[in-house]
Design a protein around this ligand. Structure first.
Ligand code: F6R
Length: 502
């Protein structure tokens, strides 16, 4: 928290105040300890309080002065309530009589309550232990809040005996996927029918979710002959000429709060496109913004690195692509096969081996990951997981690109993960592995069968179009064990936040 000059007023802030320089000029003479925009805000509120003697109005006035995407929560010794204001970043109030709460993330509230109010932009709340009063910035009239019940349990947001959330969430995947195969068929069919009607379809997302979107592109093309254009959230605007009233913008997000994804959906709406979201957090900004939502039903994901939400998105895209060709029964079987394959990966012996492997590679400088076809997004996702939790440089490549430059990076004993599933990419990706091996690289093969090119072999049973799920789980585990072997906390990687709201 940042304090005002008196030390009586404290503020927490999520976001970036774009016009902080200009606002800073208004508080000359105030005693600032640091150089953050947050501190300027708390002093501005202090200044307003001297004029109004009303904490809510003072915060409202200052929040209105700010530009950018922000959330502020303020407490003052002389006032028996908190004030929370939202201009972009997420804010959710947990209703627990006698002990109301406020947070940026609903998962953090679940051990106290599942009754919540999501603040909208330009709303401000006065939160006392027993009462919540909501207003818009533009009026002093009380607005009736929409209270939502979140169907996640407190247990699902706990580590359940695992040392880290990341590992627990990796282990959640068989159950999540089984549930999707059983319960999401109807929604997948509806989405397929919207896709079939659209002139063009964009799958918009960021980070791990964007790799799920890329996997979707391959699934739709190969299962249904349907083009789906993956677009990174921050790049979506540049497709402007192609987005219109007959476009479908399919947004993918775990948190539902990623600002680039949200802005893409708003942009698509402004062009008259239909918007559908695959989102994990019920009531999140994306859920509220989209014309239609399919909840991923993966349960709370608390580790910063996304694992089960990725698998849930890919499984839903597989069902949807299959629905376009009336092949849902086959997709359900494939997802169930992937569930069995993942259970084997999560068995104690397999995990022991992965742990040992990670410990042997914990000091390497770089790891490369190769895949072709749908294993290309798997390679990108594997690399991202390794980078973000172990801080080891990792790059995923389309194996065919090796000879176009990447091979220059291979030196003696460079570890190279190779996805070699039982599909049309097998022999070509093995050729890539041979090229790497010929230059001294070490091959860690992830495949349904051993191959003489593999220095290390990580089996993943074939599950047709759903094989990517098991393949990525192996990489998630490897990333996790690399982080642990290096003495890092995989749940809280440096410089990263769970929801990227700025
Ligand atoms: C990587 C990771 C991020 C998120 C990205 C999008 O492990 O977690 O790359 O995938 O920030 O987040 P959501 O899915 O919440 O929109």
């Amino acid at each position: 928290p940042h304090f005002d000059c008196s030390g009586k007023l404290a503020l927490i802030h999520n976001g970036i105040v774009d016009n902080y320089e200009e606002l800073g000029k208004k508080i000359r003479g105030h005693k600032l300890l640091g150089q953050t925009d947050s501190e300027i805000i708390v002093h501005l509120i202090e200044r307003e309080l001297t004029k109004t003697q009303n904490l809510l109005s003072a915060v409202k006035k200052v929040a209105k002065m700010t530009t950018g995407f922000n959330a502020f929560v303020v407490i003052h010794q002389d006032y028996p309530y908190l004030v929370a204001a939202k201009t972009g970043s997420p804010l959710v109030i947990g209703l627990n009589p006698g002990n109301n709460l406020v947070s940026s993330d609903v998962a953090s509230l679940l051990s106290h309550t599942n009754k919540v109010i999501f603040l909208e932009d330009n709303q401000i709340a006065r939160i006392s232990p027993d009462e919540v009063r909501l207003e818009n910035f533009s009026s002093v009239r009380e607005i009736k809040p929409l209270v939502q019940t979140i169907n996640w349990t407190a247990k699902s947001a706990s580590k359940s005996g695992f040392p880290h959330f990341m590992l627990k969430e990796i282990y959640d995947q068989p159950a999540v996927l089984a549930k999707i195969a059983e319960s999401k068929v109807k929604e997948a069919r509806q989405l397929a029918s919207s896709i079939a009607k659209a002139k063009n379809v964009f799958a918009v997302a960021c980070g791990t979710a964007s790799y799920a979107a890329l996997a979707g592109q391959y699934l739709f093309a190969c299962i249904a002959g349907q083009q789906v254009i993956p677009a990174i959230g921050s790049e979506f605007y540049y497709y402007d000429g192609a987005i219109g009233t007959r476009s479908l913008c399919l947004a993918l997000s775990q948190s539902g709060e990623t600002i680039d994804t949200l802005q893409s959906v708003s942009f698509a709406k402004s062009r008259g496109a239909k918007t559908v979201s695959l989102v994990n957090v019920q009531g999140s900004s994306l859920d509220r913004l989209s014309d239609q939502t399919i909840l991923l039903a993966a349960g709370p994901e608390k580790a910063v690195a996304s694992t089960k939400a990725f698998s849930a998105k890919v499984a839903l895209l597989l069902l949807t692509a299959s629905a376009l060709k009336r092949k849902i029964p086959r997709a359900v079987i494939e997802i169930k096969q992937a569930v069995r394959a993942i259970r084997k990966i999560l068995s104690p012996d397999y995990q022991k081996y992965l742990k040992k492997l990670a410990s042997g590679f914990k000091h390497v400088h770089s790891i490369f990951i190769l895949g072709r076809g749908i294993s290309y997004p798997a390679a990108l996702e594997a690399a991202l997981k390794i980078k973000e939790v172990s801080y080891i440089h990792a790059e995923g490549f389309a194996a065919g690109e090796l000879k176009h430059g990447v091979i220059a990076l291979i030196s003696q004993r460079t570890p190279c993960l190779v996805f070699a599933p039982n599909d049309e990419t097998y022999s070509d990706v093995i050729s890539g592995a041979m090229e790497v091996k010929a230059r001294g690289g070490l091959i860690i093969g992830i495949s349904h069968k051993p191959n003489p090119q593999f220095d290390y072999y990580l089996p993943v049973a074939d599950s047709g179009n759903a094989t990517i799920l098991g393949n990525v789980v192996v990489a998630q585990c490897l990333a996790y064990y690399l982080a642990v072997a290096r003495g890092l906390d995989p749940d809280m990687p440096r410089n990263l936040a769970k929801s990227v709201t700025v």
